[in-house]
Design a protein around this ligand. Sequence first.
Ligand code: EPZ
Length: 422
Amino acid sequence: MDSIVVTGGAKLHGQIPIAGAKNACLTLMPATLLSDEPLTLTNAPRLSDIKTMTTLLQSLGAEVTTMQDGQVIAMSSHALNNHTADYDIVRKMRASILVLGPMLARDGHAVVSLPGGCAIGARPVDLHLKALEAMGAELELKDGYVHATAKGGLKGGTVEFPFVSVGATENALMAATLAKGTTVIKNAAREPEIVDLAHCLRKMGAQIEGEGTSTLTIQGVDRLHGATHPVVIDRIELGTYMLAPAITGGTVELLGGRIDLIGAFCEKLDAAGISVEETDAGLKITRKNGRVNAVDVATEPFPGFPTDLQAQMMALLCTADGTSVLEEKIFENRFMHAPELMRMGAQIDVHGGTATVTGVERLKGAPVMATDLRASVSLILAGLAAEGETVVNRVYHLDRGYERVEEKLGACGAKIERIQAA
Ligand code: EPZ
């Protein structure tokens, strides 16, 4: 397993290009199952999760070809020869569940392995299943698989989520595009990745209203045609790299960055004493003073502070002047980066979903363990500012969501290198 070695202390200066969004691409790719015509995605990120989704779609009989070093993904599922998504693939990546709605909507049957839990929580899929049942699907759980059928096809219905779920909203939205009649999805997720999916589905001929709000209304159509769609930029990669100059000092411009995708996050950066300037090329970040201010953070569904930036923000606040309280309100176990940051000298007190961080002048480099995707990168950020050397192990977690992190940070002056496992 590769590791990444960071030697802290360098102020960062330069530019970082922001890639297409992993979490948009992982829902746009299954959309190919809704049509027998080609769907092509541009500005796609080069990540291991995208490779896993490619393998899954190919296992169902879809043709998936990547071009331009992985930035273009050309897909065609004119004929599926398999309607079962295997546990072996699904267990590696939970987003695999997003093939369920499209497969069921198009062919009236699908068998998908339940994903099982993951490091940050149990992450059940009950809301996905209830949404499809509201559209007339019959579901049976057997041997760890969901067997879904929709005799005569899905029917429009009302889906009302008890709380916001990004993936369940995506599954329901995709399924509804081919359901007979009108579907209303209430308490829908409002994330930019949902808006991007709706834009792509509309290009394919879907009739959708309300993306970006809590209520989606979809008028089902008989079939969808092909399209070409650019993946929206990755607001989580953007926020992550905005924190690099914030934690080290210096000035970095994030190419393609857009404030509208990370408003709540930018408000917290401003309170911490980080300046965010919109430029023609993106967003320019500079730390105003020697040390950042402590700020309190609570994670919420969009447009609130993103849970996927909580670990990275904690790394910044470990060196703040004062005490910060971080509340993780989306997942039940998303503080696994805290014990690793404490190995670097951070002062963090975790009680349930609340972490109290008392800032220290400077962290000290240490060997640390990546546990999940966003925790991994928070340790890299901490290492950029720490005294001495930090070795982050198990960086396969990192490669799921960040393309070439050592190149992007190294280009701005960070002392960072990847050590290939023997
Ligand atoms: C998506 O996961 C993202 N993944 C996650 O990003 C992100 O953290 C999450 O949304 C929240 O923004 C992708 O888009 C591939 P949810 P998802 O359904 O859809 C519970 C990353 O780092 N829940 O909004 O799985 C669930 O356990 C990843 O890129 C149910 O109880 O998240 C969680 O506590 C991590 N039943 C909460 O809802 C369900 O049926 C929100 O989950 C579904 C979810």
